[in-house]
Design a protein around this ligand. Structure first.
Ligand SMILES: [Zn+2]
Length: 712
C-alpha cells in the first residue's frame, strides 16, 4: 500500500520519543497485548499513530478500536458525507490523518482537504487553528532540523493551506511544547520588525521611520501580512514623491524630470531589490511637468475607453530602459498572475484565485503601480483575484469576446456560494477579505473589450495584440511589444482540434514566450475515443448525467452530443450556470434548457450540468438520486481535484450501482502538440501553469516572485 521502509528519524527529542513509542506500541499490539493508556502529542489516543504506522507497514490493525472509529469518521469526512461534527471529533480525525501523512499513507492534498473542510463546517475556528499550528510544526520538524528551516517550511504550509496569517511568535510557543527551538530565530534581527508591526499595527509608521523602503520591505516581505506591506508602501511612496517634487520645476522637460526623480528614488532606496527602482510616475506628483504630445499613430492604438484614464501616463511616457517580468503566481496551476514592469508603470497578465485554497498571487509593491490588467480568459484561476485588486485599483481590465460577461457570471456565483470561505473573509489583515460585492461591481464596471488581431496601446509604450487561444470561448493569448521587445503570453491555450475550435495558431518569433504547460510530458488526449464513449454509454443507459465545468467544457460536450446526433433521439438538457454561460458565449444547438419545475430525471434524459468535480449543484443532486439505479450512467470528464466528490467516485470511495464512465478531456494542448510548438519557438521559453516539477531542457520554470530583467 505505501512504501514505508523505515519510520522517519528526527533530532527533536520529544518527537523522536513519540515515534519510538509508536514502534514499541505496535509490537505490543501485534502480540495481541494492550497498548498502555495515555495520550499522544495532540491529546489523542496512543492508538492513533500505531494505527497509521501499522497501515504503512501493511500490518493488521484489527485490535485498535479507538483508532478504527476515528478512521471511519475520517473516511466520511473525505466523502463529505458528515456535516454535524464537533470541533473535538474533527480534530481527532485530522490528527489521525496527520500521523498517516508522516508515514506516507496520505498526501498534502488530503491534509489540505481536511483543513478546508473544517473551514466549511466549523464556525469556531480558534481550536482548529491552535491545533493546526502545532500540526504544521510537528510535520515540518520530522524532516527539518534548524529553527530557520522549520520556519521557512511553516510559511510554505500556511500559504499552501490558505490558512490565515499567524504571528510568528505563536509558533515559538508550539516549538517549546514540542521541544524545538524556534524562539532563537524569531528573536533574531530578521523577525524584529515583523514582530513589532504584527503586535502593534497602529505603530507601523513609528516602527519604520528610520528605515528606507527597501530595508523595511526586506524586513516584512516574508512574514508581514500583505495589508501591512501595502500600508508601508503607501507611506513611503508619499514621502519619496514629496522629496522628488522639490527637485522638479515647471520648466523642466519630461525626460529631465524623470532623471531627477530617479536620483531621488535611488538615493531613498525606493526599490524592491538591488537592481531596479520602483516605476517613476510623473502623474503622481502634486504638480507634474507638462506632458509631451502623444504620437497620433499611438493615440489611435489606444482603445476609446482607455484613453481618458491613460492619457496622463501616455503623455508622460519616456523610453523604457528596462523591462522586468515578475512571476506572482509562480510555476503552479491555481493563481495565475504575472507583472510586466516598465520604468513608468506596467501591465498585469491575469490575476487568479486558487480554487483549492482561495489564495491570490503573491503581493509585490509593483502591483500597486500598474495601469492595465490583461485577462486571458474567464476561469477563476485567471480572473478570480480581480475583486481584491480592484479595492484600490482605478485602472481598467481588458479581455476579448464574451470573457467580460462570463467573468461577471463567474464572480457573482463565487460570491453566492461563499468563495472564499470564512473566517479569512473577516480577517482584515488578509487581502482575501476584499473579495466582496462592492469590489465585484467595480470589476464589472471597469472592463474594456479588445478584439482578436487588433493592436492596442494599453499602457505607456506597451502595444498588445490578442490572439485566439482556443481554450474556451473568448480565451486570448497576448503578444506584447514594448520598445521592440516581444513577449508572448499564451494564457491557457489549446493547439488540439476540438468540437469548439480548430486549434490555436500562435506566433513563434517572440523574444520571450510564457506558456501554459498543464500537460507537459503527459499522456495525449484522444477526442475520437471520447466520442465513442459518449455514443456507446448514452445508447445503453438512461438517464445519463454529465457533470462538467460550466465555462468551456459544457459547451464542447453539447456540441459533441449535437454532432453525434444524440440531441435528436434523446432529451439533452443543460442547466444552471452551464446554461447561462452557453447562452452568453452564443453556442447554439439542438438541446433544451431544463425546466425549472423538473426535479427528477427520466430515462430518456441526458443532463449536462455544471460542477465538474461534483462538489455541489445539480450534478451532485442528480447523481445522489440515481446512484443506485443500474440503468443510469454518470460520465465525469476532465480534471478532478483530489478528494472532491468526483475524485472519490472515480477512486471507489462513493458506493453506487449506476455505471460510471470517465471521459478524459481537456481544454489544454496535448503534450505532443505543445512540445512541437514550444520547440519551434525562437525566443526564451518560460513554463508556468504546470504540475511538471522536474527540469525541462532549455525551459525556465519560475519560482514565486522570481524576476527576469530585460534591457531594451
Ligand atoms: Zn483555463
Amino acid at each position: 500500500m505505501t512504501n514505508l521502509k523505515n519510520p522517519p528519524k528526527t533530532k527533536h527529542k520529544i518527537i523522536q520519543k513519540f515515534l519510538d513509542q509508536s514502534e514499541s506500541d505496535l509490537k505490543l499490539a501485534l502480540k495481541g497485548k494492550q497498548i498502555p493508556k495515555g495520550e499522544g502529542l495532540f491529546g489523542e489516543s496512543r492508538e492513533f499513530i500505531v494505527f497509521e504506522l501499522a497501515k504503512a507497514l501493511n500490518q493488521n490493525t484489527d485490535t485498535l478500536n479507538t483508532a478504527q472509529q476515528a478512521n471511519d469518521l475520517l473516511m466520511l469526512m473525505f466523502r463529505d458525507a458528515k456535516e454535524d461534527l464537533s470541533v473535538e471529533t474533527m480534530i481527532q480525525a485530522m490528527t489521525l490523518c496527520l500521523h498517516g501523512f508522516v508515514f506516507g499513507n496520505y498526501n498534502e492534498e488530503d491534509f489540505r482537504f481536511l483543513y478546508r473542510y473544517s473551514l466549511r463546517y466549523i464556525r469556531r475556528q480558534a481550536p482548529i487553528e491552535k491545533w493546526l499550528r502545532k500540526a504544521i510544526v510537528y510535520l515540518v520538524a520530522v524532516n527539518n532540523e534548524s529553527g530557520k528551516e522549520i520556519l521557512a517550511e511553516v510559511r510554505y504550509w500556511i500559504q499552501f493551506l490558505g490558512a490565515p496569517f499567524f504571528m510568528p511568535s505563536l509558533f515559538s510557543e508550539v516549538g517549546n511544547e514540542l521541544g524545538i527551538d524556534i524562539q532563537t530565530e524569531i528573536d533574531g534581527e530578521k523577525f524584529r520588525l515583523v514582530d513589532a508591526v504584527t503586535r502593534h499595527p497602529q505603530y507601523l509608521k513609528e516602527a519604520v521611520q528610520d528605515m528606507t523602503f527597501l530595508e523595511s520591505f526586506e524586513g516584512l516581505k516574508d512574514w508581514g501580512p500583505d495589508v501591512i506591506q501595502l500600508q508601508l508602501l503607501k507611506m513611503k511612496k508619499k514621502k519619496v514623491y514629496e522629496r522628488a517634487q522639490e527637485k522638479i520645476d515647471s520648466g523642466m522637460s519630461v525626460n529631465d524630470s524623470v532623471k531627477a526623480m530617479k536620483q531621488v528614488f535611488v538615493k531613498d532606496k525606493f526599490r524592491t531589490n538591488k537592481q531596479t527602482v520602483l516605476p517613476i510616475r510623473l502623474q503622481e506628483l502634486s504638480s507634474p511637468p507638462p506632458g509631451e504630445a502623444v504620437d497620433p499613430v499611438i493615440f489611435e492604438l489606444i482603445p476609446q475607453k482607455l484613453r481618458m484614464d491613460l492619457l496622463p501616463s501616455v503623455a508622460y511616457s519616456t523610453k523604457t530602459k528596462k523591462i522586468e517580468i515578475i512571476f506572482l503566481g509562480g510555476p503552479r496551476i491555481g493563481r495565475s498572475g504575472i507583472i510586466i514592469k516598465t520604468d513608468t508603470g506596467g501591465i498585469l497578465l491575469d490575476f487568479g484565485m486558487s480554487v483549492a485554497n482561495h489564495r491570490i498571487p503573491e503581493w509585490v509593491p509593483e502591483l500597486e503601480m500598474i495601469d492595465t490588467v490583461l485577462i486571458s480568459h474567464s476561469h477563476l484561476d485567471h480572473v478570480g483575484g480581480l475583486p481584491i485588486l480592484f479595492e484600490e485599483f482605478s485602472g481598467k481590465w481588458c479581455s476579448v469576446g464574451p470573457t467580460g460577461g462570463v467573468t461577471k457570471i463567474l464572480l457573482d456565483d463565487a460570491l453566492k456560494i461563499g468563495t472564499p470561505f470564512p473566517p479569512r473573509k473577516h480577517d482584515k489583515h488578509d487581502l482575501i477579505s476584499r473579495f466582496n460585492e462592492t469590489n465585484v461591481q467595480k470589476v464589472t464596471k471597469s472592463h474594456v473589450k479588445l478584439e482578436y488581431g487588433k493592436s492596442n496601446e494599453v499602457g505607456p509604450g506597451i502595444v498588445v495584440t490578442p490572439i485566439d487561444a482556443c481554450h474556451i470561448p473568448g480565451s486570448a493569448a497576448y503578444l506584447i511589444d514594448i520598445e521592440g521587445v516581444k513577449i508572448l503570453y499564451t494564457g491557457d491555450f489549446n493547439m488540439d482540434k476540438s468540437a469548439l475550435f480548430p486549434g490555436a495558431n500562435l506566433p513563434t518569433d517572440a523574444d520571450y514566450v510564457i506558456f501554459d504547460g498543464t500537460y507537459w510530458a503527459r499522456e495525449d488526449f484522444d477526442r475520437s475515443k471520447v466520442r465513442e464513449q459518449f455514443s456507446k454509454t448514452i445508447a445503453s443507459h438512461g438517464p445519463v448525467i454529465i457533470p462538467s465545468f460550466a465555462v468551456g467544457r459544457s459547451q464542447e460536450i453539447l456540441i459533441m452530443l449535437d454532432e453525434l446526433g444524440i440531441t435528436k433521439n434523446r432529451n439533452v438538457m443543460v442547466t444552471g450556470m452551464a446554461e447561462r454561460v452557453t447562452k452568453m458565449v452564443g453556442v447554439t444547438g439542438n438541446w433544451q434548457s431544463m425546466k425549472k419545475n423538473r426535479i427528477h430525471l427520466e430515462e430518456s434524459d441526458v443532463l449536462v450540468a455544471g460542477g465538474g468535480m461534483m462538489s455541489g449543484g445539480l450534478a451532485r443532486h442528480h447523481f445522489n438520486e440515481q446512484r443506485n439505479n443500474p440503468k443510469a450512467a454518470v460520465m465525469p470528464c476532465g480534471y478532478m481535484a483530489p478528494r472532491t466528490p468526483g475524485w472519490n467516485l472515480l477512486h471507489g470511495y462513493e458506493p453506487h450501482e449506476c455505471t460510471v464512465e470517465y471521459a478524459r478531456l481537456s481544454a489544454h494542448s496535448s503534450a505532443t502538440n505543445l512540445e512541437a510548438y514550444i520547440k519551434s519557438c525562437k525566443g526564451k521559453r518560460i513554463m508556468v501553469h504546470t504540475p511538471f516539477i522536474s527540469q525541462a531542457k532549455g525551459i525556465m520554470i519560475p519560482k514565486y516572485k522570481e524576476r527576469i530583467v530585460i534591457p531594451t
